[in-house]
Design a protein around this ligand. Structure first.
Ligand SMILES: [Zn+2]
Length: 195
């Protein structure tokens, strides 16, 4: 069984002042982890310029940005598992076809040679799948078709992958990711509050 990892090479730059304030208020100063309240209610993000049409946008915080037309392919499953917010331009006007998103509970991409530690500042478990073979564990997949990561990355099942026409979304990168029954990193159970 495989799932599909969706990333993008389209970039969206957050407004610098918004970015600094957001990081100070809502991200751990040491590990950059997102504050819990951002997983319960939507966050509005202020950006610079007006990016060209894209499915997803690479961002500099853990708040994902995507095109509403693309995310709508996943219908109400998306709104059930993510909190969403508005994207604003430099004059604080809403950009109607873009949306911010954060999963209630992100999925972890595991690796065979990760780096991990407990953060000295917020005490949460920090896992970086920096090297080795990437995969997801079958036990982390529930009855969903779309899963969120930190930032704009998504993982979708084969069924949802088939809804995406790659020719329509040129900046989208789609990679297969194996689903394994047993971890290759020796960690059987993560702390409950890993995210
Ligand atoms: Zn931390």
């Amino acid at each position: 069984m495989t799932v599909f990892h969706l990333t993008t090479n389209a970039v969206c730059d957050e407004n610098q002042k918004w970015f600094e304030e957001f990081r100070q208020k809502h991200q751990c100063r040491s590990c950059g982890r997102l504050a819990r309240e951002c997983r319960q209610r939507g966050t509005d993000v202020r950006i610079m310029g007006r990016p060209a049409r894209s499915a997803l946008f690479a961002v500099h915080t853990a708040i994902g940005i995507g095109g509403w037309e693309f995310l709508n392919l996943f219908e109400d499953e998306f709104s059930r598992h993510f909190v969403m917010g508005h994207v604003l331009n430099s004059r604080a006007q809403y950009i109607p076809d873009l949306v911010t998103f954060v999963p209630h509970r992100p999925i972890l991409i595991r690796s065979s040679e990760p780096e991990y530690r407990f953060c000295a500042e917020c005490a949460r478990f920090v896992y970086s799948p920096s090297a080795g073979r990437s995969y997801v564990l079958r036990s982390s997949l529930q009855e969903k078709h779309v899963y969120g990561l930190d930032g704009s990355g998504l993982i979708v099942t084969r069924e949802f992958r088939q809804r995406i026409e790659p020719r329509r979304w040129k900046s989208l990168i789609i990679e297969e990711l194996p689903v394994l029954d047993r971890p290759l990193d020796g960690i059987d159970e993560f702390p409950e509050d890993y995210y």
